[in-house]
Write a protein that binds this ligand. Structure first.
Ligand code: S3P
Length: 440
């Protein structure tokens, strides 16, 4: 087991550029493979999850060049109908994004394929994609009959549907939209509120006809249902993509800069797509100081440099349509809340229970061990800030975001914190601990 010990930090100072956005990196391979011509993606995230996507598409007959030193990939696309039947089960590792979005593409193929991942993936819910793909005419079977992977998928001959998704999930939405590329007629997905829209933006950039707008139906308590629609059989053309830094990775430095007194950090080149940037709103709402220094556009994706200064934070309420815009940042927001004055309520976030770990249970156990006052709820947490934490032995639960959140908590805690299975940061941020050390 890898254990990482982290001491309390005095103050954090310096500049940091985080690796490329994970969601956009995955999609650059997926759409690059289905496009005609080459797609070059720079500032690509060379982490375990994105390498799982690369290896799956290689199994499907796509030639992908990787330059790991330069963080660049070139995907030699074969067009919408150029994938080949894999000879073995497609291994998606720990990646829910690969598993769910790739399943949508496989549903559009006439060949049969099987898809499976690691022990965590094998417990994550797949009914959310099995149902719509089946409705579109694909055969999707959970081989153990538990609505999880391994899945056997065969399809082709799909028809477009108007799908009302019970969850605001970009993985579900993207899965259906990619299947929709192969369907007869248009396909739409309406979600309870807008989840990250990288697939819609990138599909459009590659030449597909995609619309995305607030849906007319049932506007309820802070939620605006959102509808994305795609036309089938687009002529996708390879693109040059410069991937912005991942705000989900930047979140650890934002949180650390805010809670460690005397800190000032410039986080450069961070994607601030509004469907991802909820943490900035929450941090400001808690009294945090974050200055957007320079804002620019990268192929429809907004990016900026962020200057973060330490501040005394206070509690807040996080709920409704804000949740999908910061779903992966909630573990580190819980750390900020534990260091703040007053009570923070996080609700409408039951999705946390079905991520790489049950993040409500994981963060509750870990932050309690460090002296926080935290109550788990069915759809979130209530955290009463005690203003101080103490070092403890905590667990990553093999969840990269839990490990990195606990590293941030450690910086603000009295004494030493030991994180068990700390190496799981390889999933999304292989150089995380080294980058953190540069600021201490
Ligand atoms: C992702 C979507 C989110 C997020 C995940 C990446 C994506 O999952 O938690 O880390 O790239 O589409 P859901 O869409 O299921 O919420």
């Amino acid at each position: 087991m890898s254990i990482r010990e982290i001491e309390r930090a005095c103050a954090l100072h310096g500049e940091i550029e985080v690796p490329g956005d994970k969601s956009i990196s995955h999609r650059s391979i997926m759409l690059g493979a289905l496009a005609e011509g080459d797609t070059r993606a720079s500032h690509f995230l060379m982490s375990a999850d994105c390498l799982s996507t690369i290896s799956c598409f290689r199994q499907l007959g796509i030639d992908i060049e990787e330059d790991r030193g330069a963080d660049t990939v070139v995907v030699h696309g074969k067009g919408l109908h150029g994938l080949q039947a894999p000879s073995e089960t497609l291994d998606t590792g720990n990646s829910g994004t690969t598993t769910r979005i790739l399943s949508g593409t496989l549903a559009g193929q006439t060949f049969q394929s099987q898809i499976n991942g690691d022990s965590s993936i094998q417990t994550r819910p797949m009914k959310r994609i099995i149902n719509p793909l089946t409705e579109m005419g694909a055969q999707v079977t959970s081989l153990r009959g538990n609505d999880c992977t391994p899945l056997a998928i065969s399809g082709g001959h799909l028809h477009g549907i108007d799908y009302l998704s019970p969850v605001a999930s970009a993985q579900v939405k993207s899965c259906i939209l990619l299947a929709g590329l192969y369907a007869e007629g248009r396909t739409s997905v309406t979600e309870p509120s807008l989840s990250r829209n990288h697939t819609e933006l990138m599909l459009r950039g590659f030449g597909a006809e995609v619309s995305s707008r607030a849906a007319a139906r049932s506007r309820t308590a802070g939620m605006t249902p959102w509808r994305a629609e795609v036309c089938p059989e687009p002529h996708l053309r390879g693109q040059d993509i410069i991937i912005p830094g991942d705000i989900s990775s930047a979140a650890y430095f934002i949180a650390a800069g805010l809670i460690v007194p005397g800190s000032e950090i410039l986080v450069k080149n961070v994607g601030i797509n509004p469907t991802r940037a909820g943490i900035l709103e929450v941090a400001r709402g808690m009294g945090g100081q974050i200055e957007v220094i320079r804002e620019y556009d990268r192929g429809g994706e907004k990016a900026a440099d962020l200057l973060v200064k330490s501040a005394s934070l206070h509690g807040t309420t996080i709920e409704g349509a804000l949740i999908p815009t910061l779903i992966d940042e909630i573990p580190v927001i819980a750390v900020m809340a534990a260091c703040a004055d007053g009570t923070t309520v996080i609700r409408d976030a039951a999705e946390l229970k079905v991520k790489e770990s049950d993040r409500i249970a994981a963060m509750t156990e870990n932050l309690k061990a460090m002296g926080a006052d935290i109550t788990p709820e069915e759809d979130g947490m209530i955290i009463r800030g005690t203003g101080s934490l103490h070092g403890a032995r905590v667990r990553s639960f093999m969840d990269h975001r839990v490990a990195m959140s606990m590293a941030v908590a450690a910086l603000a805690a009295e004494g030493t914190t030991a994180i068990e299975d700390a190496d799981c940061v390889l999933i999304s941020y292989p150089s995380f601990y080294e980058d953190l050390e540069k600021l201490i």
